[in-house]
Design a protein around this ligand. Structure first.
Ligand SMILES: Cc1cc2nc3c(=O)[nH]c(=O)nc-3n(C[C@H](O)[C@H](O)[C@H](O)COP(=O)(O)OP(=O)(O)OC[C@H]3O[C@@H](n4cnc5c(N)ncnc54)[C@H](O)[C@@H]3O)c2cc1C
Length: 462
């Protein structure tokens, strides 16, 4: 039971102790603010989401002083990606010339429990296990929440100077705090391969070909997560035919050394599926509230960028809020939040554009081939692309240059390998397709100086 006396003193109320909410509580607690977190289920979750943290996300954890969240969970260092394309492959290491961190693969539930353990131990954070049912609004501002304690039937209220909503990908509150245009691109079906070897230990593997894409990465010292894409708005049917269909479509695409483990995982049949969304951020400024994490912004998980985007946001928002000494000062609080919404894209836009851009590429036979040939050139073609994937390099212009450069390179290869007159139209289509994929992604991010020039340049290409 929460009484009115404690209630009055709450600076920050966080809805959801997932990746964004729990890490934000941990970071904000350093300012001494009085924080309450309401999470509907504090037990360790068993999910297929958020199991590869890119180096850029690890870097943000380090900046917040939270590297230890990765300890003692059998997390596996990840040093780069192996791109497997039909019968060939090419390995791209993450950048590490300047002491950049590596990435990590882990079970998301175990990682999250480490963050939750930390917040449960903070004297100025109170964690309540309960479900938030409503955001309380008065005079055009959010003033708190209604919630039900776990197992209780009656609702209670909590009031705070600031309510931060991080209720995840299936958020029920985002409509109140943004103008969302959410799209389901497809579903990932996840399974775990046990006790096997992949071509490169401690690497992510992107498997592309004449089949839907798969991503595979280590999540413990003895298991690899396999995520298989099912395009479309409906989840894959997990009926009696699914095992046969998975083996027919994907067994031969899995590297030889891991095939027995893949077959065993399929036969075991413990499949989990989850929708893959695209949700450009479109927050509305509402006094007393902030929307964060997947509730605010989502991109395709093909590149494993969600947690990195969330940690970028957590750090930026905390830095802004840190400057507000007294949260009852509404004007200062509103200014800090507005500034966060204005600038957050600088930390997340390349992660978003690359994720959805690459998803478009892997489903286009010509561009898929062009992408593999382009990164196989090594040098900056592989390194710079990988630094953006890693979440370490946030240069949007560089991303666009590589994206269009890849399509141009594919075009050149096609012209030189076939009869010119036959392929010219298709080759032009390849560049046009690339522009067609990247333009709406660019447009859905908040514009910054240079955006107009980039869009004009893209228009000139086609
Ligand atoms: C299939 C898939 C694979 C992915 N793989 C990766 C990956 O490898 N790497 C990566 O970086 N990202 C990945 N992501 C994205 C990543 O998982 C998310 O970006 C990240 O988890 C978002 O964190 P969040 O805090 O917003 O949401 P969550 O971590 O989902 O947390 C939301 C929390 O809110 C709680 N909650 C919800 N409603 C209420 C309520 N009414 N009251 C109280 N509590 C509530 C939930 O119980 C939960 O704890 C993947 C996504 C998908 C779909």
């Amino acid at each position: 039971m929460v009484n009115n006396r404690t209630n009055k003193d709450i600076d920050v109320l966080i809805v959801g102790a997932g990746i964004a909410g729990a890490s934000l509580a941990a970071n904000l607690a350093k300012t001494g603010k009085n924080i309450v977190v309401v999470e509907r289920d504090l037990s360790e979750r068993d999910v297929i989401i958020g199991e590869l943290l890119q180096p850029g996300g690890v870097q943000k954890l380090e900046e917040m002083g939270f590297s230890s969240f990765i300890n003692d969970i059998d997390a596996q260092p990840v040093y780069g990606y192996d791109i497997i394309y039909e019968e060939r492959d090419y390995v791209i290491p993450y950048p590490n010339k300047n002491g950049e961190p590596c990435g990590y693969g882990f079970r998301n539930g175990a990682f999250l429990q480490n963050i939750r353990k930390h917040i449960l131990a903070q004297p100025n954070i109170r964690v309540i296990e309960g479900t938030v049912t409503e955001l309380i609004e008065a005079n055009e501002a959010i003033t708190g929440v209604r919630y039900k304690l776990k197992g209780a039937t009656d609702e209670e209220s909590l009031y705070a100077h600031l309510t931060i909503v991080t209720d995840g990908p299936l958020s029920i509150f985002r409509e109140k705090l943004s103008k969302p245009v959410k799209q389901v691109n497809g579903f990932f079906l996840g399974l775990l391969m046990k006790d096997c070897e992949m071509p490169f230990a401690n690497h992510g593997h992107l498997v592309m070909g004449d089949h839907p894409p798969m991503v595979i990465y280590p999540v413990t010292s003895t298991s690899w997560r396999v995520l298989i894409d099912f395009k479309g708005e409906k989840p894959p049917r997990l009926g009696k035919d699914i095992r046969q269909s998975l083996l027919e479509k994907f067994e031969n695409a899995i590297p030889q050394s891991a095939r027995p483990a893949f077959v065993a995982a399929v036969e075991k049949g413990k499949f989990k599926t989850f929708p893959n969304h695209r949700l450009p951020a479109s927050p509305v400024n509402k006094a007393g509230a902030v929307l964060l994490g997947d509730a605010l912004n989502m991109r395709h998980p093909l590149t494993g960028g969600g947690m990195t985007a969330a940690f970028n946001d957590v750090l930026r928002l905390s830095n802004n809020l840190e400057k507000v000494k007294d949260f009852s000062n509404k004007r200062q609080l509103t200014k800090a939040i507005k500034n966060f919404y204005e600038k957050r894209h600088l930390g997340t836009q390349t992660t978003n554009i690359l994720a959805d851009g690459l998803y478009g590429v892997v489903y286009n036979a010509d561009l898929r081939n062009a992408f593999f040939e382009y990164v196989s050139r090594g040098d900056k073609y592989a390194e710079e692309t990988c630094s953006i994937l890693a979440g370490l390099n946030k240069d949007k212009k560089l991303l666009l240059n590589h994206f269009i450069g890849m399509a141009r390179y594919g075009t050149q290869l096609k012209i030189s390998s076939e009869k010119k007159s036959v392929v010219v139209t298709e080759s032009i289509t390849m560049v046009k397709d690339a522009v067609g994929i990247i333009t709406p992604l660019l447009l859905s991010e908040k514009p910054d100086p240079g955006n107009k020039l980039m869009l004009e340049a893209l228009n000139r290409i086609v």
